[in-house]
Write a protein that binds this ligand. Structure first.
Ligand code: GLU
Length: 482
């Protein structure tokens, strides 16, 4: 086997799709296994769907996942540029060759005429597809017939017996339906995906085209283009599509988890997401579902890829994420929490210090960074931002619980040293011994007053970190509020 050169070729049409990470992971895993290269190419020839900020998001998310490309935008490489919109001159000679050889033709049909044609075909229950009105006509001949535009597109002239089967690295022999006379060059001078992908995969020396199974039906067109242009065909590997639990295709419209940024917003760690994706549709060699990228790439085999669409089970991801969170050192975990919060809002240096101090209190009890950050939010909330959750207040700060808070406040005000151990002692003495309360009833109101919630990191440590003045102020506020 040739040393693999593989690529992922996303189109910048919106928020990056989780499928882009999935494809990148498998491409990169395969490349690393055999010491090959992983190329990133931006397929931005569809100007109607192009979104300017999308490309940067793709780079950002691939880097966040550490799916770093060896060649591509912002990195460069011997086949630059790696953005199709910057390669427009590259495609024209290939189109000219196809036209000269009679494998392609100009088509002037207007979109209205094409719509009418399709409607008629449907009404008459004929197979839909371009009816070849333009084949063999000059511009003048075609204009005379009406329903024509001035600037033609170029279409492939699909032969009577196109190659409809091909060998897939994952699936073996695959058949696809007969293609229509595909447009390869649009009126705006941009190639369509089908031409650009073939030309670029060829020029960039791509050995294996690894992509989603939705492209199987396009492969015969690509095979024809390779043959007509006299180019060597790459190997094809069509990965299974990721599916929702109801087996439907994961789409950004229906499932927020189709957006790659969603995972970062939810506080998943990149290494956990990679592990999760590596298990989807892939039979890991060992028993353990803890399957980090290094093991995935070291053991990569195409024969381990299943073709049945793997189902996205986010419970598994939560479990994996909890595992990776606990595997981090305390310092690393603190870094991740700070990074997570800083992405949402600006945080001052003293708030960073508080988050870092509080992080060890939540590392064992959270599955996502978002949960951890939420549990620590009472530490960093400014005095004007801090609010006690209403339901928690109704439960724990009702009038009959006010004596608990008042007594706690008095005991803590008298405390000479502010440490978790001293706080605990003072509260036990005053509330459990003094008022005769069970610990559960004694500490609940204090917890809500201090953290705003009935669920929090360990109370005494939390109070130590929050500090004497802020803790006492919150207890006072709880009394006034009650
Ligand atoms: N631009 C295509 C996409 O967005 C790439 C398909 C391929 O890998 O050939 O999915």
């Amino acid at each position: 086997m040739k040393t693999p050169r593989v690529r992922v070729a996303p189109s910048p049409t919106g928020d990056p799709h989780v499928g882009t990470a999935y494809m990148s992971l498998f491409n990169l895993g395969f490349a690393r296994r055999h010491g090959g290269q992983f190329v990133l190419r931006i397929e931005d020839t569809d100007r109607a769907r192009f979104r300017a900020d999308s490309e940067q998001q793709i780079f950002d998310m691939l880097r966040w996942l550490d799916l770093q490309w060896d060649e591509g935008p912002e990195v460069g490489g011997p086949y630059a540029p790696y953005r199709q919109s910057e390669r427009l001159d590259t495609y024209r000679p290939f189109v000219d060759q196809l036209l000269a050889d009679g494998h392609a033709y100009h088509c002037w049909c207007s979109s209205e005429r094409l719509a009418e044609m399709r409607e008629k075909q449907r009404a008459e229950k004929l197979p839909t597809g371009y009816d070849r009105l333009c084949v063999g006509k000059t511009a003048e001949e075609r204009q005379a017939l009406g329903g024509a535009t001035d600037t033609p597109v170029v279409r492939m002239l699909i032969p009577d017996d196109p190659p409809l089967t091909f060998t897939d690295v994952i699936r073996g022999e695959v058949s696809a339906p007969r293609p229509d006379d595909q447009v390869i060059l649009k009126a705006d001078g941009f190639p369509t995906y089908h031409l650009a992908v073939v030309v670029d995969d060829h020029l960039m020396g791509i050995t294996h085209v690894v992509r989603g199974e939705e492209w199987i039906s396009s492969t015969p067109k690509h095979v024809l283009l390779y043959r007509w242009l006299g180019l060597d065909e790459p190997a094809f590997a069509h990965m299974p599509l990721l599916r929702n639990t109801d087996k439907s295709k994961i789409s950004k419209r229906k499932n927020p988890a189709a957006r790659l940024t969603w995972f970062r917003e939810q506080g998943y760690l990149p290494e956990a997401l990679l592990n999760f994706l590596a298990l989807l549709g892939y039979g890991q060699p060992g028993e353990s579902e803890i399957f980090p990228f290094a093991e995935f790439s070291a053991s990569f085999e195409w024969s381990r890829v299943n073709t049945v669409g793997p189902v996205f089970d986010l419970k598994k991801l939560d479990w994996l994420n909890g595992h990776y969170i606990r595997a981090l050192s305390v310092d690393e975990f603190a870094d991740r929490v700070v990074e997570f919060v800083a992405r949402e809002r600006e945080i001052a240096a003293d708030a960073v210090a508080l988050l870092r101090a509080g992080a060890p209190l939540v590392q064992e009890r959270t599955d996502t960074l978002a949960q951890g950050a939420a549990m620590l939010s009472f530490l960093v909330a400014g005095d004007d931002e801090f609010a006690v959750d209403e339901a928690a207040a109704a439960k724990q700060l009702a009038p009959d619980q006010q004596p608990t808070v008042t007594t706690a406040l008095a005991a803590l005000e008298a405390l000479p040293a502010w440490s978790a151990a001293a706080i605990e002692q003072a509260l036990r003495d005053s509330l459990v011994e003094g008022l005769g309360l069970k610990p559960k009833f004694a500490f609940g109101p204090v917890r809500v007053a201090i953290t705003g919630s009935t669920v929090s990191p360990p109370l005494f440590e939390s109070m130590e970190i929050l500090g004497r003045e802020r803790s006492l102020a919150r207890l006072r506020a709880a009394i006034t509020a009650g």
